[in-house]
Ligand binder design. Sequence first.
Ligand SMILES: [Zn+2]
Length: 212
Amino acid sequence: MSSTEILLNGFRKFRKLYYEKSPNLYRDLIKHGQNPRFAVVACSDSRVDPAIVLQAEPGDIFAVRNVAALVPPFEEDGLYHGTSAALEFAVRGLHVEHIIIIGHAHCGGVESMIHKQEGGEDKGMFIGAWTDLLRVARERALADTPGLEGDALLAASERHAVRLSLENLSTFPFIQEAIAAGELNLQGWYLNIFDGALEIWNPDRQAFSQVI
Ligand SMILES: [Zn+2]
């Protein structure tokens, strides 16, 4: 079987198990348009697909995926802001009720930022500049626990990266407006598929708590 045939078989299975059981669900989503309540910013990593991990149905989640599940700060420079464009549509076009950042354990994007910050070579054309946005996550992890290194530094930086993206979300004027109007809620989650665990950032307690 060719490698793409695996995916085509997946589509045939989807058509049989999902589409043919409730074609009206899909047709209504086209006729009436999508109306997702959740926008999710997740990593492009193949192991952390939010629709699978959260068992969402078509139409439930407006998903933005990029390297390291990162939200950049609001910038008006006329450049190519794919993540910001998706967030703008989610908030102003779809009026989602929640934006959820889903960072994850063993994230290659956060790991490459740490590698570069520790003097490693940056071989990429784009990844280094993108993940540089996360430098402060490593700095904050080290400020919390000086001398942290290896997997512990990675895990702490990944959690700080979620919090940093939440901070960056709050720099977008249309997000500030929606929050002030009581129409939008921001959340930061941290997924660890190795342990099958999910943690949620609690800003009141300034801590992540695990979903039971
Ligand atoms: Zn990742």
